[in-house]
Design a protein around this ligand. Sequence first.
Ligand code: GLY
Length: 347
Amino acid sequence: MNKVTISSNISECVTKAVESVSYDKLFLLMDKTTEELCYPVVADVPCLSGATRIVIGATDTHKNLDTLARVWEELGNKGGTRHSLMVNLGGGMVTDLGGFAAGTFKRGIKYVNIPTTLLSMVDASVGGKTGINFNGLKNEVGVFNSPQDVIIDTEFLKTLNHENICSGYAEMLKHGLISDEKNYLELLSFDLDNVDYAALATMVGKSVEIKEKVVEEDPFEKGIRKALNLGHTAGHAFESWALSRKPCLHGYAVAWGLICELYLSHVKTSFPIDKMRQTVTFVKENYGKLPVTCDDYEELYKYMTHDKKNTSGMINFTLLGGVGDIRINQTADKKEIFEMLDFYREC
Ligand code: GLY
């Protein structure tokens, strides 16, 4: 299991994490955005200043085989061996692709994640899921490969734009929904338009703890880790639908997916209507809505049937009987899914 540190002194935490590994050569992977905005924060950390830097294109469009091949090439051409160490500095795209590159180069080298977006702090960088998009499908190829350490420093969030704060916050809402009511109500009362960074830092810590606990219990998603898929069956369908029109951030799709799946939870597993309504209001106010019509239902349904979480041809959902009452391996038929989409459009 990887170690997650909530940092108040990035220099000390990075030094400790890097020095705890015995390595022959250190690589630092970033994308063009994190090189510009986040590298200056760690550039003076003595152990990182001598690292060989690899810079890849920013955004999810670069999370592909070409970029991965370039990272493998640079690792090989610049003296990487099986005993090298890689530090990934960036959002989910960098930590997912970097973790996969590290897990496969010379059959696997050690790596450390320094997530710089809210989404990667509370989700992508923790738990060892790594990979790339392939064949038009998100995260189609990858491996479970946990980092040695994850260093979370919420100072990075101060340069993050509003949309990316909201995107990461959707995963925090999901963690709240699978934990307890007190935590969840606190999340619903947070003002995303006027971010209180100190309060957010505390909430990030709690959110990461929830994810860590689930992953520790079920690292390879055989059972309870499926709780973390709440909102993601419908969410991934929305994300794929948007991809060929106007791409949306992952967390926005998850927030819309939560509306759908709480509706399904209400219908199928008696999730309380008041909590569902509170969530719908919060999501509508902060995330708006995707302009799907009933003509899009077949396409959305098709995406759900291709979801890698499915088994035996049945669409797999994680639902809730209440906040913290997790019901994994639920399914719904086409009629129920279309009704869910009706609710999403009309709510
Ligand atoms: N993002 C969900 C998981 O790590 O399982």
